[in-house]
Design a protein around this ligand. Structure first.
Ligand SMILES: Nc1ncnc2c1ncn2[C@@H]1O[C@H](COP(=O)(O)OP(=O)(O)OP(=O)(O)O)[C@@H](O)[C@H]1O
Length: 661
């Protein structure tokens, strides 16, 4: 996909998107979260770009929600779905769903919806989803104990690009390679030419290293999994609880993750733990070993009576001969035993194996009191243990990295599937919460809604009374005050919008004629000034002239009379309705002036009415479903009728009632 061909993507945005690993994939999958990672692209922008890509794919000109109120209804529909997601990803992903007049696009989402509606919204799955997030790529891994070396400038650039985690050094000859080997614990030479060169240190010649970055920097995959460990585990849990087919064996994945520490190091390896503890405890163990030897020796000396011959005493006094020689002669065995105890302690305490011989030399054979460590030997022991520990860590890291590298794409699929499940579950919950059905979307105009219940009403959903309403062509909807006219328009707009999004609608059943645009004009507050009135008229003028057979539209208008004086309003509404009636339009105009509109119109306009069925305890009882072809009686008329029925007024109320007819 050519990035610039997506509506709303210019050269600058395309450049930002190219910074992503696979922008085409993110676009075609509507992966808003990934798109929003491109520099300078906000999440709102990312959603618009993703929608643009989908529109481009389907040749959809867009513009379905053609008025502010139509856009509001779309926003509210989206909001109801987004409230039902667990993850941010799913909430963003839902933003790629939009009302479209293109059948192919509607069908595409409908097949997703059908699948989604079969899902069981299970609270345990929701709980597991809470820990799932898109995987993040750690961009900050630096490895300082290794370097790459090459003599070739081109390979140098290639290496920097392929393995940015390590330094790349230019070397011309074996001498320079040897210098590097002194500064780094491992040098990976990329040139075949260095094969066979004999330099001291860990220098490996690996001409293929760039195509296998994991062998040079196992940290890459380890850090990736360490950072994403909880998310992958949560995604695995989602699969387990929801009974989804996993792309890999979840037990094997869990075992591999179990071996990884949060900082990317390997855990649970006894040998590595042994060596690490030995390095850490070395000083303390040597000190304890000294004490063990000295305690033994002190006890031995204290228990012994040493007889010093006269000549010995003389030589001690005269020639300053050391007590050592005396010790050597008199207590040689005790000393040997003490030192042996110290050595055993050191070897046992640190659980030493390969380095045992060095450790034993940490205490000298020559008798001395107190027994003291040989600093140089202890240093050597530390070096040997550290080297063994590092070698073991590197080996285990590489082994684990190899295992995990093979699971990376499965882990990614696992997380994506869990996140997509959240999107589906949001739709499933929406459908369940509002008792939805998948509507029929047809090519013939008009709509037919049965048992529609708007979740946008200001009453709890359980209290919403079902509405049956159908219109084909153009109609005026009359109705008693507060009878539910605006709510009916909202319901029609919502059901139409959801149907064009490919989503289920809150109704027992619904048939919606496919349209290219929805023009929903909400009631204006108060009379408009001349300028605003002219602008509104122009809008309707434009609408009437633009409607074409291949772009059918739905027009919903609430009390247009509020824009000007009642007399003029009825004439204007009648004129607009007549013009719309001649075109491919489904229109519902809510008005209190139905009578006047009919009078002002030359055409035979349809009239529906939301009827009051009477007054019960001073409250209006309303039939919320508009009655076809019937002008609604007004509330005042009903009250006069009730008073007339009550009688005792000497004909005043019945006279008044007669005037309504
Ligand atoms: N289907 C319904 N189920 C339950 N309550 C409803 C329903 N439709 C409307 N109502 C209630 O009636 C109130 C008035 O509805 P609405 O504003 O749609 O009436 P209206 O006929 O447009 O009023 P007006 O005459 O002021 O234009 C709503 O706020 C809601 O509380």
């Amino acid at each position: 996909m050519e990035l610039e061909s997506v509506p709303g993507v210019g050269a600058k945005t395309a450049a930002a998107l190219r910074e992503l690993d696979d922008p085409e994939r993110a676009l075609s999958e509507g992966d808003v979260t990934t798109l929003a990672r491109a520099p300078g692209i906000s999440e709102g922008r990312a959603a618009r770009i993703a929608r643009g890509a989908i529109r481009a794919e389907h040749g959809d000109p867009g513009g379905f929600a053609a008025t502010p109120r139509a856009r509001e209804i779309f926003g509210e529909a989206l909001g109801l779905l987004q409230e039902r997601t667990v993850t941010d990803y799913a909430a963003k992903r839902l933003e790629t769903l939009y009302p479209s007049g293109v059948r192919e696009r509607i069908e595409e989402v409908r097949s997703f919806t059908e699948r989604a509606m079969e899902r069981e919204p299970d609270p345990d799955v929701r709980a597991a989803l809470a820990g799932v997030e898109p995987l993040s790529e750690p961009g900050d891994v630096r490895v300082r104990d290794r370097c790459l070396a090459t003599s070739d400038a081109e390979r140098y650039a290639e290496a920097q690009e392929a393995i940015p985690e390590v330094s790349v050094e230019v070397v011309d000859d074996a001498r320079q390679l040897a210098e590097l080997a002194r500064s780094y614990s491992t040098v990976v030479a990329l040139d075949e030419a260095f094969a066979g060169v004999d330099v001291e240190g860990d220098v490996r010649v690996e001409p293929d290293a760039l195509s296998e970055p994991a062998s040079v920097v196992p940290e890459r995959v380890l850090t990736f999994f360490a950072r994403n460990r909880d998310r992958v585990r949560a995604a695995a849990e989602v699969h387990r609880v929801a009974g989804l087919d996993a792309p890999c064996d979840l037990g094997t994945l869990a075992d591999a993750l179990e071996q990884l520490d949060a900082d990317g190091s390997v855990r649970g390896d006894d040998e590595l733990d042994r060596l690490s503890t030995a390095v850490d405890d070395l000083d303390a163990a040597v000190s304890t070993a000294e004490s063990v030897a000295n305690d033994h020796l002190r006890d031995a000396i204290e228990e012994r009576d040493v007889t010093i011959e006269g000549t010995d005493l003389l030589s001690l006094v005269e020639r300053g001969a050391g007590v050592d020689s005396l010790l050597q002669r008199e207590l040689a065995d005790e000393y040997a035993a003490a030192v042996e105890k110290a050595r055993d302690h050191l070897v046992d305490a640190l659980r030493l194996r390969d380095t045992e011989a060095t450790a034993r030399r940490a205490f000298p054979d020559e008798p001395a009191y107190p027994v003291e460590r040989q600093e140089d030997v202890v240093s050597r022991l530390r070096e040997e243990l550290t080297a063994a520990r590092d070698r073991r860590a590197t080996r285990r890291k590489r082994e684990l990295a190899d295992d995990l590298a093979e699971m990376r794409s499965d882990a990614e699929s696992l997380v994506t599937a869990a996140l997509e499940l959240d999107v589906e579950l949001a739709v499933a919950r929406f459908a369940a919460d509002f008792e939805c059905t998948l509507p029929e979307v047809t090519d013939e105009g008009g709509f037919e809604i049965e048992g529609g219940r708007s979740p946008l009403l200001d009453v709890a959903f359980e209290e919403v009374e079902p509405v049956d309403y159908g219109v084909s062509g153009v109609t005026v909807l009359s109705g008693v005050n507060s009878g539910g006219k605006t709510s009916t328009l909202d319901l029609v707009a919502l059901v139409t919008t959801l149907a064009h999004m490919g989503l289920p609608v809150p109704a027992e059943s619904a048939r919606i004629g496919r349209v290219a645009e929805l023009h929903y004009h909400a009631k204006t507050q108060g009379t408009l000034d001349a300028g605003a009135f002219e602008a509104t008229l122009r809008e309707f003028g434009g609408l009437v002239t633009d409607v074409a057979a291949d772009r059918p539209v739905m027009v919903l208008v609430d009390e247009l009379e509020s824009i000007t004086e009642p007399g003029a309003a009825a004439t204007i509404i009648a004129g607009i309705l007549e013009s719309l009636a001649e075109r491919e339009v489904t229109a519902v105009f809510v008005s209190h002036l139905a009578d006047d509109i009919l009078e002002a119109s030359d055409a035979d306009l349809a009239i529906d009415g939301i009827q009051a069925e009477g007054l019960v305890d001073g409250e209006l009882r309303v039939n919320r479903s508009p009655v076809k072809g019937k002008l609604a009686r007004s509330t005042p008329e009903l009250i006069v009728e009730k008073l007339a029925d009550d009688g005792g007024d000497e004909g005043f109320y019945s006279g008044l009632l007669g005037k309504f007819e």
